[in-house]
Design a protein around this ligand. Structure first.
Ligand SMILES: *Cc1c(COP(=O)(O)O)cnc(C)c1O
Length: 401
């Protein structure tokens, strides 16, 4: 997945163009910037690649999620449905706008189970935020139907799946809004950065103003711009955008490498009996940033993960025990350990999450191992890795009755 592995001449060249002008801010300074508008250029390239009308570059993927919720006018006391398996950013973004995160089970796609989502919809629900974890997508057709039926927004977190698609549409472009992260370990990186994409011009306008203190960006004197509504600062810097501009141009090359490496490991693992692969919804194409599979039970998965690490295979994740990606280890969120006081409504809403039973999620996550697909491996390295993984896994699965 990580674009940082292939940071090189193109990234340096775009960054140097910005350094030569010294204009490190994306807005204003028209006279000094010698025609360099890296954030704008990257937005154009991203919108183009994703087949959408608008892209708004932001300071992070978390900022993208936050801005998306605000753009949809979600706020105090509203409920937003999110999966038990994601990055803590989903929970944080929802909390940061005063809304209540409602945790919902995942299924064998490792993403939101539409049936569980349906059961969680209440009169307060405003949006469903599926997270396309580890390179593959949620069942967007089913979730979109629920959104239509209940008048909800569909906000896709495609931070880990840029370049994948569903029913011919790039991930992130299927719902009302889609969010990407360009942090240092994502498929393409800005160092730090993120983006929101949409076809809805109202959401775009909201995101554009909200991420820059409410500036309406009319005219060419920043100080005189109007502020139709309040906002905060979620701007990206020109230097970060310059790195991302180089990387978005390389996205399809990165995806091809990911797919080739994934395929070598997958072909080797297909020969192993008693494992199943993560389900990809019909009509979906992964971005191949991870290869995820299920063992027969939790103990076996744990053992295999330990042995893979012992055998020198790095980047094999057992998410079930992970501090950042699975609800079980989120006591700081579920017990609302905030520095300052949170609104009573929010504390009450979070409290309700703790008593929920996520046995279905525990079943899938407890048996899952995800292998990170890197870009920098040589073909010998991938083949060797594929063989080692298959050997370790088959040793265990053969012993199960
Ligand atoms: C990385 C990530 C984010 C947050 O992105 P940052 O740029 O690190 O803030 C959100 N959701 C998922 C699924 C992620 O993997």
């Amino acid at each position: 997945m990580p674009g940082f592995e292939l940071f090189g001449a193109l990234e340096r060249e775009e960054t140097n163009k910005v350094l030569r002008t010294g204009v490190l801010m994306r807005y204003g300074f028209d006279g000094l910037r010698q025609g360099q508008w890296k954030a704008k250029e990257m937005e154009k390239a991203l919108a183009n690649r994703m087949g959408v009308k608008h892209a708004q570059l932001l300071s992070s993927g978390t900022a993208a999620l936050t801005v998306a919720l605000c753009a949809a006018e979600i706020g105090a006391g509203d409920e937003v449905i999110m999966p038990t398996f994601t990055f803590v950013a989903s929970f944080e973004a929802i909390l940061s706008v005063g809304a209540i995160p409602v945790l919902v089970d995942i299924d064998d796609s490792l993403t939101l189970d539409p049936k569980a989502v349906e059961a969680a919809i209440s009169s307060k629900t405003k949006a469903i935020m599926p997270v396309h974890m580890c390179g593959s997508m949620a069942n967007l057709r089913a979730l979109s139907a629920l959104c239509k039926e209940h008048n909800l927004f569909l906000i896709e977190d495609a931070c880990q799946a840029i370049g994948g698609s569903y029913e011919g549409k790039p991930l992130g472009s299927y719902g009302d809004m889609g969010c990407f992260s360009f942090d240092y370990v994502k498929t393409i990186t800005c160092g730090e950065g993120g983006a929101l994409i949409t076809n809805n011009s109202k959401f775009q306008k909201h995101a554009d103003h909200y991420s820059d203190h409410g500036h309406d960006h009319v005219g060419n004197d920043r100080g005189k711009e109007e502020h139709p509504f309040l906002g905060y600062n979620f701007r990206i810097s020109e230097l970060n955008a310059a790195v991302g501009l180089a990387q978005i141009r390389r996205l399809d090359d990165f995806l091809a490498i990911q797919k080739a490496n994934y395929t070598i490991i997958r072909n080797e693992l297909e020969k192993v009996s008693n494992i199943t692969f993560r389900a990809v919804p019909e009509g979906g194409i992964e971005n191949y940033s991870f290869l995820s599979f299920f063992l027969e039970n939790r103990e076996e998965a744990k053992r295999v993960q330990t042995e893979l690490t012992d055998a020198g295979v790095d980047g094999c994740f057992y998410w079930f025990d992970n501090n950042w990606h699975y609800y079980k280890k989120w006591e700081h969120l579920l017990e609302a350990k905030s520095l300052g006081k949170l609104p009573k409504e929010v504390i009450h809403g979070i409290g309700k999450q703790k008593s929920n039973n996520f046995a279905a999620s525990d079943n899938w996550m407890g048996r899952n191992i995800s292998v990170l697909i890197k870009l920098g491996w040589s073909s010998e390295e991938v083949s060797k890795r594929a063989q080692t993984i298959a050997e370790v896994v088959s040793k265990h699965t053969r012993t199960t009755p």
